[in-house]
Design a protein around this ligand. Structure first.
Ligand code: FAD
Length: 308
């Protein structure tokens, strides 16, 4: 039996754990990945906007978070697979068979990159489907296709163009949605071609990615373009499958919360990107963790004082 079970060890979950520890709550954090840090692990550019800690990239900031929680007493289990959650009963069942019980649950499961769901996308993971543009050297010499029209797609096209002879950016809209500095850089980079009003229908190959099939608005039929690497950057979606039917969510499956970060189920809180904050940032996630921890601590203290 714990006071608090926190699901997810990104900035929001780690902040909540740090605060729970400071407030004397018995806390266990459950993280599905081997490493903590969440989206920070996929930030390859400098982080300049988290006050008090500039970092060369997300991993460096993550390391500082870990360093600052080293002396804390909360437990952290990584590589954990949650099989089921009963939010009302505050019970979590792990795939390993273990049952965990708490007084409060904090959902800090963040976001994941949205998939296209087209043929070839899943088959070629690790064989030409690029997860991250961080390791530029790995793409030297390959022709790449970036799918998406926002900041992430534009940024990745620019990063890949540092290593790849050609990069084709394929996006659905008439105009890119990326910020101006990115779009200007895209249009002046001689390695990059932009296909607007275009959709990738499938990824083709035998052992590895060899081509993409593209449908362009106004064209009579789709055509194939030879590429050896594909990266999909078409937005994010919340990790909320575990909680479906148990609490209120909006139409895009983000958790709805009160100003105390509490969900529609009492003593179940949602913090960080999973609760669709107005500003999905590290600062907001860290702040939300503090709020949830303080609300939980004040409720538990009130109960303990009453029972004295
Ligand atoms: C490329 C990129 C650049 C960015 N740049 C900036 C920036 O410069 N400044 C800024 O402020 N923000 C930036 N952000 C946004 C910032 O990283 C996020 O707002 C922040 O990470 C949100 O934290 P979070 O803890 O809510 O969620 P996440 O970071 O998504 O962490 C969620 C954690 O929950 C875990 N989890 C999910 N489901 C389960 C489950 N079922 N069981 C157990 N664990 C689970 C995940 O594995 C993950 O570790 C950037 C994001 C990206 C992708």
């Amino acid at each position: 039996m714990h006071d608090v079970l926190i699901i997810g060890a990104g900035p929001a979950g780690l902040s909540a754990a740090r605060w729970c520890d400071e407030l004397g709550l018995d806390t266990l954090v459950l993280e599905q990945n081997e490493q903590v840090g969440g989206q920070l692990l996929s930030v390859h550019n400098p982080i300049e906007n988290y006050l008090g800690a500039r970092a060369a990239n997300g991993r460096e900031l993550r390391d500082r978070f870990v360093e600052q929680t080293k002396d804390c007493d909360f437990d952290l289990w990584t590589n954990v697979e949650i099989a089921g959650v009963d939010l009302k009963a505050k019970r979590i069942r792990l795939r390993s068979g273990e049952e965990l019980q708490s007084i409060a649950i904090v959902i800090a499961t963040g976001l994941r990159r949205r998939k296209l769901g087209i043929p070839g996308e899943a088959e070629f993971v690790g064989r030409g489907m690029i997860e991250s543009s961080g390791d530029r050297a790995a793409f030297a010499g390959i022709d790449a296709c970036v799918i998406g029209g926002g900041d992430a797609a534009a940024e990745d096209a620019l990063l890949l163009a540092e290593a790849c002879p050609t990069v084709t950016l394929v996006h659905r809209g008439k105009k890119l949605r990326a910020r101006r500095e990115f779009t200007e850089a895209l249009h002046t980079n001689h390695c990059i071609t932009v296909f607007p009003e275009s959709v990738v229908r499938r990824i083709i190959g035998s052992d590895r990615v060899e081509a993409v099939e593209i449908e362009r608005a106004g064209a009579i039929k789709p055509f194939q373009m030879a590429v050896q690497g594909v990266i999909v950057r078409v937005g994010f979606e919340p990790n909320t499958e575990l909680f479906r039917e148990q609490l209120e969510m909006d139409e895009r499956a983000y958790v709805i919360i009160s100003s105390l970060q509490e969900t529609s189920v009492g003593n179940v809180f949602a913090i960080g990107d999973v609760a669709n904050p107005l500003s999905p940032t590290i600062s907001s996630a860290v702040g939300a963790g503090a709020t949830a921890a303080r609300v939980i601590a004040s409720r538990l203290n009130a109960v303990q004082n009453r029972s004295r």
